[in-house]
Design a protein around this ligand. Structure first.
Ligand SMILES: [Zn+2]
Length: 350
């Protein structure tokens, strides 16, 4: 490719990124919590990559690791939120947003909007009052479970079959109804197939799956089937494509395969149904001792990180490849940002 052609593609990426990229799943709070004795972690360890990738909105997930459960789940969740507030207070490039209007305002000021999400309702301790408390603290999206079972329901298996056949518990159903009433986005990522169906029957707003992959390319029940994708599409929902489960095979875990997932969803339900849920967690994984990495592999699977899409600074690689594969500007803007913005507008209180 000539230097002139290269320059024009880079300028096109600049224009497409000007409004910022929305990524609906990032394990930031647990890392801030583990580094709670340090200051300015957000500014020194995360801001440079986020700025390089032009990230505009991030769903930052409260997640409680097994070792804190059950005794200190609530406490650790509160501490994670405290770290988020303390760190954003020190770094004015970030704003915690609780409404659609606040997100737009943050973006207009060129700040990174953080939307607090929860991956697994363990911190609620089966008490609906706690949902109200976390809502007041700023939680605006909730996925009922991670891969395990809890008081609300059951996670999907990291296998082609074998998830528990039960749907939600009565507490899980209460959480879903109360979320929709409060204006907390209900996220179907990780839920088992029976729970997936039940959540759709309990809600009326467009459903989301914040970070997942399609079973066509990685056939595990933690991912979503074509039938499930169509159910999301019928309700005008959005599916965020995950970067760590694009293939069971390392050699097939490529940027092109990531885009195959985008294309598959778009082919089934249209471009309005696709978003980004990168789920970058290599930075956490690398901090673990080998014994813990092995534990993850035994319990779930070995994550295959995509060489040129392994952290937020690589977002330009994705956009460049989308252009090379023939996506037009309007389609790319929808994938990178606008589909999620529509969801925020429909779910969150103004
Ligand atoms: Zn997850």
């Amino acid at each position: 490719m000539s230097a002139v052609a290269k320059k024009s593609i880079e300028e096109r990426i600049d224009r497409l990124h000007a409004g910022g990229i929305s990524d609906l799943h990032f394990d930031l709070p647990m890392d801030l919590y583990e580094k709670r004795d340090r200051r300015n972690v957000l500014e020194t360890e995360f801001l440079p990559e986020l700025e390089t990738g032009n990230i505009g909105v991030i769903g930052v997930a409260i997640y409680i690791e097994d070792r804190y459960l059950p005794e200190t789940g609530l406490r650790v969740a509160l501490d994670q939120i405290a770290r988020l507030y303390a760190e954003t207070e020190r770094c004015d490039h970030f704003v915690i947003c609780k409404s659609y209007r606040e997100i737009l305002k943050a973006r207009a000021a060129n700040k990174i909007a953080l939307l607090i999400t929860m991956e697994g309702v363990e911190p609620l301790e089966a008490d609906l009052n706690q949902l109200r408390v976390f809502y007041e603290l700023g939680v605006r999206s909730i996925g009922l479970t991670h891969a395990r079972s809890n008081a609300a329901g059951h996670g999907g298996a990291f296998a082609a079959s074998g998830s528990l056949p039960e749907g939600l518990t009565s507490f899980g159903r209460d959480v879903v109804r109360e979320c929709e009433r409060l204006g907390v986005i209900v996220d179907l990522a990780h839920i088992n197939p029976a729970g997936f169906d039940e959540i759709l029957s309990l809600t009326t707003k467009p459903p989301i799956v914040s970070h997942t992959n399609v079973r066509r390319y990685y056939d595990i029940e933690r991912n979503i089937s074509d039938a499930q994708i169509k159910m999301i599409g019928e309700r005008r929902g959005v599916i965020g494509v995950n970067s760590v489960l694009v293939s069971p095979r390392e050699e097939e875990s490529t940027l092109d395969r990531y885009i195959d997932h985008i294309e598959h969803v778009a082919n089934l339900i249209g471009i309005d149904g696709v978003g980004i849920g990168f789920d970058f967690f290599e930075f956490i994984y690398r901090q673990w001792p080998e014994s813990r990495q092995k534990e993850l592999a035994a319990k779930f699977t070995t994550p295959h990180f995509i060489r040129d899409l392994r952290n937020h600074s690589h977002a330009r690689n994705l956009t460049r490849r989308l252009i090379e594969r023939g996506f037009n500007d309007e389609q790319i803007r929808k994938i990178l940002r606008n589909n999620w913005l529509r969801i925020f507008k429909e779910w969150l209180k103004r």
